[in-house]
Design a protein around this ligand. Structure first.
Ligand code: C2E
Ligand code: MG
Ligand code: MG
Length: 331
């Protein structure tokens, strides 16, 4: 590794590279070349994950992670392929206007109820889906189901809501990203205008000009764009003016210690003011207390989402919650 970090001269330019190294030992980590190389490969990916230019030995911990990964991959593939995806469903969390208290939309959050493993959290299976290339199928499934849900709510005469759908960074980076979602969005007709796509900062690191074109083409099909988990990525703020965004979602980590934590207060105040100057709406994620809500409202934050108002619910529970809320506001 030391050898590799020495600068090299390419066409008169000094360049440096770093290496990530994975190590598997015979015989503890495998007794054939094939197994040893595979395990060294896994250790190498773990080294990359830990910040690159690092060295990792294969370990039982990695072995367990690998077998969990393989299990989840196989089971998710099966769950997605089953007609109607009966193990998968969407839960919807309300998004609320801080000033009026009106429910303006919901975020669709994927839930997986496995017959023997029980309920599996998205934080566990989404990264697996991203790594094994299943994420496009997941995102398409969620988008299609969200559009069907909007149609159903309209047919039931529910007041029109927006539905926010998470799109993985991995997915947007792919060349066939647009055609994949295009079909579903065109099929949705005018309902596509009530879809909001949530993207995260990490994907904005990729080729900026190309990304802008892709996102513009996407918004022409109807949906608006929100930047999710804002403040946790690399925050190259230039993209805020270049990309066709409508909304910033302030990450929960900045909301948790409000009010009373001076640094977080300053950051959220600055984010709200900057977003407004750029013509963007601001939504605060993970609002759990009335004190947080009141503070955010004072700052001029537009929207909130969090357990203080409601957790993500199945459609029937959401419908009941909305009915109860509207009867309360009438009386
Ligand atoms: P996210 O998009 O930032 O979603 C918000 C997460 O915060 C959700 O967790 C939600 O249940 C949780 N949350 C909401 N309000 C509160 C609160 O007041 N307190 C606390 N402690 N948590 C709150 P969830 O459903 O476990 O989802 C986690 C992440 O998984 C999501 O973060 C999103 O990145 C990803 N994800 C979920 N569904 C999908 C999906 O359909 N497609 C893709 N690509 N990713 C998804
Ligand atoms: Mg989200
Ligand atoms: Mg978020």
């Amino acid at each position: 590794m030391q050898h590799l970090t020495r600068p090299m001269s390419l066409d008169g330019h000094d360049v440096t590279v770093t290496a990530s190294l994975g190590v598997a030992l015979y015989p503890a980590d495998g007794d054939s070349l094939e197994v040893l190389v595979r395990h060294a490969d896994i250790a190498m990916y773990a080294a990359k994950d830990s910040g690159r230019n690092a060295l990792r030995f294969f370990s039982t911990d990695l072995r367990e992670r690998l077998s969990e990964h393989l299990l989840l991959e196989r089971e998710l593939r099966r769950a997605l392929s089953e007609e109607g995806g009966p193990e998968l469903h969407l839960a919807y969390q309300p998004q609320i206007d801080l000033r009026s208290g009106a429910v303006v939309g919901v975020e669709a959050l994927l839930r997986w109820q496995h017959p023997t493993l029980g309920s599996i959290a998205p934080d566990r299976f989404i990264p697996v889906a991203e790594q094994c290339g299943l994420i496009e199928a997941v995102d398409r499934w969620v988008l299609r189901r969200s559009v069907e849900q909007l149609q159903q709510w309209d047919a039931q005469g529910l007041a029109p809501l927006r539905v926010a759908v998470n799109i993985s960074a991995q997915h947007i980076g792919r060349a066939d990203f647009l055609p994949q979602l295009e079909q579903t969005l065109c099929h949705a007709g005018p309902l596509a205008q009530r879809i909001e796509l949530e993207i995260t900062e990490s994907m904005l690191m990729q080729g900026q000009a190309e990304l802008r074109e892709r996102l513009l083409a996407l918004t022409r099909l109807g949906p608006t764009l929100a930047l999710d988990d804002f403040g946790t990525g690399y925050s190259n703020l230039g993209y805020l003016k270049r990309l066709p965004l409508d909304k910033l979602k302030v990450d929960r980590s900045f909301v948790t210690d409000l009010p009373g934590q001076p640094e977080d207060e300053a950051l959220v105040r600055a984010i709200v003011s900057m977003a407004h100057d750029l013509g963007l709406q601001v939504l605060a994620e993970g609002v759990e207390t009335a004190a947080q809500r009141d503070f955010l409202c004072q700052l001029g934050c537009d929207l909130m989402q969090g357990w203080l108002e409601a957790r993500a619910m199945r459609p029937e529970a959401l419908e009941a919650w909305l009915r109860q809320r509207s009867s309360m506001s009438v009386s």
